[in-house]
Structure formats: structure tokens, C-alpha cells
Design a protein around this ligand. Structure first.
Ligand SMILES: N=c1c2ncn([C@@H]3O[C@H](COP(=O)(O)OP(=O)(O)OP(=O)(O)O)[C@@H](O)[C@H]3O)c2ncn1[C@@H]1O[C@H](COP(=O)(O)O)[C@@H](O)[C@H]1O
Length: 97
């Protein structure tokens, strides 16, 4: 099984964009959007719907692509909400039986 380090890598770059916004960065454009946090929350909603449709219609390649979009936008939204992904992982770990 592939390890999950790519999620950590993407999370780190999102932190970096939040601390040092840069022109030409998509993440920066979302985090500094005039709509504020609503922009990233809208993206999570859109990508969730696209993922659901792809999975429901059993289109494997599209399901993978939409799942990646959803994970990415979810991480951006966590940052926008001031939530540390480490707290989310701790919460999951605490639920292990
Ligand atoms: N994983 C992603 C990723 N997935 C999707 N996207 C971008 O998300 C945007 C959303 O596209 P859509 O078609 O959903 O919508 P749109 O209408 O074009 O854009 P919106 O106005 O709705 O946001 C596209 O511009 C994609 O390029 C991503 N942009 C960045 N990343 C990661 O974030 C890192 C930092 O990116 P920058 O901040 O751009 O340097 C990259 O190295 C990647 O690892």
C-alpha cells in the first residue's frame, strides 16, 4: 500500500501558502479570496457533489480524480477554518477501539 505522506506534503505547502501568500498560487487565491472562508467551503461542497456523482455512476477514473480534488479542497478548508489537521488525526486515533 502507498503511504500517506503526500497528504502531509500537500498540507505543508498549504501552510506555507497561508503564511507566505504568493501571486500565481491557487491555494493563496482561495485563502485570500474576497468571500473569505466561504470560498474554500464552497469548493468542498462542489467537489463532494462531483465525487458523489462519479462514484454513484461508477466511473473509476473520474472517482479517483474527484476524490483527489475533494481531499485537496478539504485540506485548504481546514486551514481556512484555523483547524490543525493533526487534531483531526488525533480525533480519529482516539476513536480506535
Ligand atoms: N492539489 C492541488 C490542486 N487540485 C486542484 N487544484 C486547482 O484547483 C482549481 C479548481 O479548479 P475547478 O475546475 O474546480 O474550478 P475553477 O472554476 O477553475 O476555479 P474556482 O474559481 O472555482 O476555484 C484548479 O485551478 C486546479 O489547478 C489544485 N491546486 C493545487 N494543488 C496542490 O497545491 C499545491 C500548491 O499549489 P499552488 O498554491 O497553486 O502553488 C500544488 O503543488 C498541488 O500539490
Amino acid at each position: 500500500m502507498r503511504d500517506w505522506s503526500i497528504l502531509d506534503e500537500v498540507w505543508q505547502v498549504i501552510q506555507d501558502r497561508a503564511e507566505h501568500p504568493s501571486a500565481g498560487s491557487y491555494v493563496s487565491s482561495v485563502l485570500t479570496h474576497r468571500k473569505g472562508i466561504d470560498k474554500s467551503l464552497e469548493k468542498v461542497g462542489e467537489e463532494a457533489v462531483e465525487f458523489i456523482l462519479a462514484a454513484k455512476n461508477q466511473v473509476p477514473e473520474r472517482t479517483v480524480s474527484e476524490a483527489a480534488d475533494l481531499l485537496f479542497h478539504f485540506l485548504v478548508a481546514l486551514q481556512a477554518s484555523g483547524t490543525d489537521v493533526a487534531d483531526v488525526l488525533d480525533e480519529l486515533a482516539a476513536r480506535r477501539k
